[in-house]
Design a protein around this ligand. Structure first.
Ligand code: GTR
Length: 336
């Protein structure tokens, strides 16, 4: 059965049903939940510019930003179905579609931002992108998402016990539900676009996210205690619909893949700058920043969560591979 959104998107879908030659007459449709100035959306615009230059305008990307195509869980369905060609999502909503992505979502699996970047850029990262093909998606590249930390309207969090009993918004992913439960809080999955109201109305007491999202979503105006738990450093992901991919010529595919890869360092520069400016803006607003976190206590609570989610030898091997990737961890994490 078609969902309401799939029916709404029927025109996009039909426009995408042509053969290779017809395909080039329309741009690739891309979705992102963030507003236009956010680095992930700017990365999609960068891909559009690169494709425009390299194909003399034959390939272009039309970006639907600000969540106008719906929540990430829904836009992913639409992407698998072929109604969207490109989709920039967080890793979390992919966890239930592509089991291999769970390895990257494990709390505290990354030692530092440089470790995370080495994994995204290396062979483990590629293996996980390739696994997406079995699920109707073509993984093109990862983008930075920095470190996620807890924030709330009630009190400063320093230890897991400080979270006890709080209602915490989580993304649509079982691993986030398991993580928050293991910390003694109550997880509530809510789409990103609805979290601000949920915080205002007290439906939830807190959430967790990186500096740029905490700022851009205006959650910082309501949830004034930001605790640098840095529990998850999972990436953002750019996927293509496997259906759209299969409709492209080999040449179009290589242009698209190359533009995606070339957009990664462009996005990384914008990301690092945005982390700094977001952090500056929210600190200026007078939020309470909690830095003396008992990270060891948080990490210890996550051990059963790893066991709960590493359910196959393949997933365990992927997690081991991630841990074994070497990186210059002495380097200061860029978003602390
Ligand atoms: C942001 C991420 C979004 C979305 C959001 C959320 O950091 O960029 O794609 O996943 O978090 O918490 O829902």
């Amino acid at each position: 059965m078609l969902s309401r959104r799939q029916i709404l998107l029927a025109p996009l879908l039909l426009a995408g049903c042509g053969k290779g030659a017809e395909h080039r007459t329309r741009p690739l449709f891309a979705a992102d939940t963030h507003p236009d100035e956010y680095p992930t959306v700017q990365a999609l615009h960068a891909i559009d510019r690169l494709l425009d230059e390299r194909t003399n305008g034959e390939m272009r990307v039309r970006v639907y930003a600000g969540g106008q195509m719906g929540a990430e869980k829904d836009t992913l369905e639409i992407t698998v179905f072929g109604g969207l060609d490109l989709n920039r999502v967080n890793l979390a909503p992919l966890n239930s579609i592509v089991p291999e992505t769970i390895a990257l979502a494990l709390p505290f699996i990354f030692r530092s931002v440089s470790h995370a970047r080495a994994v995204f850029d290396g062979s483990v990262g590629r293996t996980i992108l390739d696994a997406m093909r079995r699920h109707g998606l073509h993984g093109l590249c990862y983008y930075d998402s920095g470190a996620r930390s807890f924030y709330n309207t009630k009190r400063p969090i320093r230890t897991p016990d400080d979270l006890r009993g709080l209602k915490i918004r989580v993304q649509n992913s079982d691993i986030y539900v398991g993580m928050v439960q293991a910390l003694g809080a109550n997880p509530t999955p809510i789409p990103y676009g609805e979290v601000y109201q949920a915080l205002v109305q007290g439906v939830v007491d807190g959430a967790e996210n990186n500096w740029p999202s905490y700022e851009s979503s205006r959650h910082f105006e309501v949830a004034r205690n930001y605790s640098l738990t840095r529990h998850v450093l999972a990436p953002e992901v750019l996927v293509a619909s496997e259906r759209s991919w299969n409709r492209m010529t080999a040449e179009e595919r290589s242009y698209l893949q190359a533009a995606a890869i070339d957009s990664v360092p462009i996005m990384r520069d914008m990301w690092d700058a945005r982390v700094e400016s977001s952090k500056f803006r929210v600190l200026q607003s007078g939020i309470k920043l909690v830095e003396d976190i008992d990270h060891a206590a948080f990490a210890e609570r996550m051990l059963p969560v790893w066991d709960q989610f590493l359910t196959t030898p393949e997933l365990r091997a992927l997690a081991d591979d991630i841990v074994n990737v070497s990186a210059d961890d002495s380097e200061e994490a860029t978003d602390d």
